[in-house]
Design a protein around this ligand. Structure first.
Ligand code: ADP
Ligand code: ZN
Ligand code: MG
Length: 493
């Protein structure tokens, strides 16, 4: 190792995130325009308020404030007595008012945290604040990436959509921790019912990253505020997925390490993640807070929200539910994780346990149902719970074999949208009645004298062969154990 690579390795990676999540509300943050714009033409969900026309006045959407309080409770943050909005002033074509209504020194959530687990190690990531703000419109760069486009189109359908900006402390020490955090955050938000991960652009991440000399890292892994402030950092924008975050940051780690190795300073700047090219590119020098000329939004009065924390309930969160599933239903940790991956799955499973044995229901849901759904890239909502209950009943009561239940009935339910009984009827799967099995056993013995002779000569394979003949004759619907017994009885007579 050269002296210079040693120098680069002697730095710890430090990352802090500013995560923007769209809150799922029916209407925008300060006007009545619908947020459900995905299928609609550009600039059709707008009004004087979200276009920033002179004289238009904003009114706060209560549902967005409630969602923010839920997020605050889930990340164990403080909710202050009073919270208010500020104007953040900057000029950009996606921002029709030339200012964004956001929160500044009195955000709705302060000092929270979220626990993650990376390779079995638990880490607590502190969250400095989480505040409400309006989303700008969206820009479409035609004819290439942002730095190559011929022209740009603007769409204000998104302008005014409620966002929560969640700002972490610089507690991450690797890109993989960031990925785990984003996955955990999405899981929690999804449980709260305030977030739709499937929605395009519903999660956007700005990642701040620097290298801090190892001697500044204390034994417990913490780094002093002075050292953090002294480190030159880049802010990487335009990250829109967990995997993208990990890739962009891995790229930045290498880029910054290379700079340090060559004895250069890391430039303090804003960089753009170019997903297609897999690189970050320099955009501009980083703006300072004073550039934004924050001042209080006089069109919106302060909101008294301290009581909301008690009034607004939140559901059981994923970690707690996972633990409870293990304790209450005796599930292994893998099954418990799969069955709590989303609230919808957990609710679905838990409803099944009211009717079936929890382990039987777990095997069906975690292994068979989710497996077959994933394979087809279908959501859980593609199946009716009533149909799944019926399917499990057919298996539980021995009306069809487990193998047929999964491989024939479940697959036809998903591929053809049939009800379980329709498949059983069409494929003639009902377990064969006793007379039919007895007849098939007698026929197998009569038709296969060689195998019968082999059986009497003590050859093990002969019985299996005969069982196979009976199973084939009954279309796989006989119970193999019963067939075995009947054959032995017949042969040993
Ligand atoms: P700014 O004044 O630039 O907005 P903040 O202190 O508000 O800076 O922090 C913005 C983000 O930068 C936060 O997510 C924080 O965790 C992160 N951050 C702060 N210091 C560092 C650092 N040395 N390296 C990486 N990220 C950092
Ligand atoms: Zn509007
Ligand atoms: Mg800041």
């Amino acid at each position: 190792m050269t002296a210079q690579t040693t120098r680069a390795r002697e730095h710890a990676v430090v990352i802090g995130l500013e995560v923007h999540v769209q809150l799922e509300t029916a209407t925008k943050l300060f006007c009545g325009c619908s947020t459900d714009t995905a299928d609609d033409a550009p600039n059709t969900h707008t009004c004087p308020v979200c276009l920033g026309l002179p004289g238009a006045l904003p009114v706060v959407n209560e549902a967005a404030v409630e969602a923010a309080v839920k997020v605050g409770k889930a990340i164990d943050a403080g909710i202050p007595e009073e919270t208010r909005f500020h104007r953040k002033n900057y000029y950009y074509p996606d921002l029709p008012k030339n200012f964004q209504i956001t929160q500044y020194d009195e955000p709705i959530c302060q000092d929270g945290s979220l626990e993650i687990s990376v390779e079995g190690e638990r880490r607590v990531i502190d969250i400095e604040r989480a505040h409400l703000e309006e989303d700008p419109g969206s820009l479409k760069h035609e004819g290439g990436a942002i730095d190559r486009a011929e022209y740009t189109l603007v769409n204000y359908n998104r302008a005014g959509t409620p966002l929560m900006e969640i700002v972490t402390r610089p507690d991450f020490r690797s890109p993989s921790e960031v990925r785990a955090f984003l996955a955990k955050l999405e899981e929690v938000l999804e449980y709260l019912g305030v977030f739709d991960a499937e929605r395009d652009g519903s999660l956007r991440v700005d990642a701040n990253i620097s290298l801090v000399p190892n001697e500044e890292v204390d034994a417990d892994g913490s780094i002093s505020g002075t050292a953090l402030a002294a480190a030159n950092r880049t802010e990487v924008k335009n990250i829109s997925s967990h995997k993208g975050a990990e890739k962009a940051l891995a790229y930045e780690v290498t880029r910054q390490r290379n700079a340090v190795q060559r004895g250069r300073e890391v430039e303090q700047e804003t960089r753009h993640w170019d997903e297609a090219r897999g690189v970050t590119v320099s955009m501009r020098s980083k703006e300072a807070e004073k550039d934004y000329r924050y001042f209080a939004e006089a069109d919106l009065p302060p909101m008294q929200v301290s009581g909301w924390k008690e009034e607004i309930p939140i559901p059981e969160l994923p970690d707690a539910r996972r633990e409870r599933f293990r304790a209450e239903y005796g599930l292994g940790s893998e099954a418990a994780s799969k069955l709590t991956s989303t609230k919808a799955v957990a609710d679905f499973y838990e409803a099944l346990t009211e009717r079936f044995d929890p382990e039987f229901a777990a095997a069906w849901t975690a292994d068979r149902l989710l497996g077959e759904l994933n394979y087809r890239d279908m959501p859980l909502s593609a199946v009716e719970r009533g149909d799944v209950v019926r399917l499990l009943e057919l298996d539980d009561e021995g009306e069809i074999t487990t193998k047929n239940a999964e491989e024939v009935v479940l697959r036809a339910m998903l591929d053809e949208g049939l009800a379980p009984d329709e498949v059983v009827e069409r494929e003639d799967l009902g377990t064969t009645d006793d007379d039919e099995v007895a007849a098939a056993v007698a026929a197998a013995v009569a038709d296969n004298p060689d195998a019968v002779a082999d059986y009497h000569a003590g050859e093990d394979g002969a019985l299996n062969y005969l069982v196979g003949q009976v199973m084939a004759a009954t279309g796989g619907s006989a119970d193999p154990g019963t067939v075995n017994q009947l054959l032995r009885a017949e042969l040993d007579e």
